[in-house]
Design a protein around this ligand. Structure first.
Ligand SMILES: NC(=O)c1ccc[n+]([C@@H]2O[C@H](COP(=O)([O-])OP(=O)(O)OC[C@H]3O[C@@H](n4cnc5c(N)ncnc54)[C@H](OP(=O)(O)O)[C@@H]3O)[C@@H](O)[C@H]2O)c1
Length: 251
């Protein structure tokens, strides 16, 4: 299959990777540049039977892995970790070498946001000796829970009953050198990033499927209050009826 660029003109066949990584993503402020990457059906479903597998495509996988290779860390909501059985990020030896040359860790750490701190601590995400995840947790979490989490993850606390994402992301930049943060959802976490004005780029794959069903729709879950963020279109790619959209502030 051939990936064609539909926008900007002139169109034509393109190498997908070259379109996601070229520009400067450094921000001068005290927080990382945040890319949100999602896949959805035409009618906005972000999961089928609770997982994303049915929505993807080989090219979506290429984009997913390429964005991971670029990022300093990967942010994800706890429900997605549990639903998708997240493990540590896997990258090829070549990608790891390129990352090290750029001064990044060989594999981007997974950063999980959670209030409940309820996980299966025996899964590879928490047991892989080479890649320790980071857990963003509210400072008001019971000390026993924080102590348990600290055995399996680097714990960063912020906020009282819920994580203050603006503060937590600033801590990631200041203390862990995270300049580019890739958020892989889910919709609940995305909405909080949007409300806090923390999204700089959105990569969205639209799968040529209508899912219907009773699941809530949208890559952003209902939240409190409206946020209107203008994100100019950076590109539109097409392959086999899948659309690959990228919106970027200042594009
Ligand atoms: N199509 C796609 O690209 C895509 C991408 C990702 C996920 N998904 C799908 O989306 C579904 C999961 O998404 P979701 O919206 O239900 O959940 P989510 O955003 O993945 O995670 C929500 C959870 O994250 C934690 N959390 C979020 N904000 C927090 C804060 N400020 N402070 C403390 N904890 C916070 C809480 O964890 P606790 O429950 O631990 O308190 C909350 O319940 C799954 O079905 C998954 O397959 C689809």
């Amino acid at each position: 299959m051939v990936v064609r660029q539909l926008f900007p003109p002139p169109g034509g066949e393109v190498d997908v990777r070259s379109l996601y990584g070229s520009e400067d993503r450094s921000l001068r402020g005290d927080r990382p540049y945040v890319i949100v990457n999602m896949v959805a059906s035409i009618d906005g479903s972000t999961a089928v039977d609770g997982v994303t597998k049915a929505l993807g495509s080989p090219t979506d996988r290429v984009v997913f892995l390429h964005l991971r290779d670029l990022a300093d860390a990967i942010l994800v909501g706890a429900s997605t970790v549990r639903a998708e059985r997240y493990g540590p990020a896997r990258t090829t030896p070549a990608a790891q070498a390129a990352r090290r040359q750029r001064g990044q860790p060989g594999r981007p750490p997974i950063v999980v946001v959670s209030r409940s701190i309820e996980f299966d601590w025996d899964t590879p995400l928490f047991t892989d000796a080479e890649s320790r995840p980071t857990l963003l947790a509210p400072a008001g979490t019971h000390p026993d829970r924080l102590e348990r989490a600290a055995r399996a993850a680097d714990v960063v606390t912020s906020g009282d009953q819920g994580v203050d994402l603006a503060d937590a992301l600033s801590q990631l930049k200041r203390d862990r050198g995270v300049d580019v943060l890739l958020c892989e959802g889910g919709p609940t976490l995305n909405t909080q990033l949007l409300s806090a004005g923390l999204i700089d780029e959105l990569c969205l794959t639209v799968a040529p499927l209508l899912i219907g069903g009773a699941q809530p729709r949208g890559i952003f879950a209902p939240g409190s209050g409206d946020a209107a963020l203008g994100l100019p279109l950076a590109h539109v790619l097409e392959e086999d009826s899948f659309l690959y959209l990228r919106y970027r502030s200042g594009a």
